[in-house]
Write a new protein. Sequence first.
Length: 209
Amino acid sequence: MKMRNRAILFGMSALALAGCAAMDAGDSSDARAKAVALMEKDFKTRGQANVERIKQDDLQALCTRYAGGDVPADAAKRVEAAQLATVKYPVDGHYLGDWKAGEKIAQTGTGKQWSDDPKMPGGGNCYACHELSPKELSFGTIGPSLRGYGRARGNSVDMLRYTYAKVYNPDAFNACSSMPRFGHQGILSEQQIKDVVALLMDPASPVNQ
């Protein structure tokens, strides 16, 4: 029930931003400014969910502008390059963590909500959008199926590095991706991203069975 409520709240937020996007796409800067002002008035800081989240960075502003349409190729290329530059790779050069811990992260949707304890580790909620383990019967289809991810791609250093970066900041490879920027926005720690990479890449992981 808690996850369902969060999905509803996320949907409501998405609709609000979509409204702003439509106005922006129509070059109505005054209407958009009024909409943002309304959100700033109505949204209140509660715990770690502060009103500063309303402010968009350059990527979010671009994606809002082109919501419902394709981002121009040249703009997408610039955005992806800028987002790739934000990726902080593991200093120890190791990309694989513990796939069992990764499975727990994939199953967990807590983190960044006002009601969540900011001292506790967040989750990735990966199953909300992807199919991973064939034993899990409940999964979303917003994102592609990841079953057999590592088995199909191999575990070369380049693929491990790519997968780590993809989880860290998916917009580095697909401008205006629907996937959260888990590392860039501090949703998951470096170790947690390693654990998710292990879930996807480790031959022993249920994803690759």
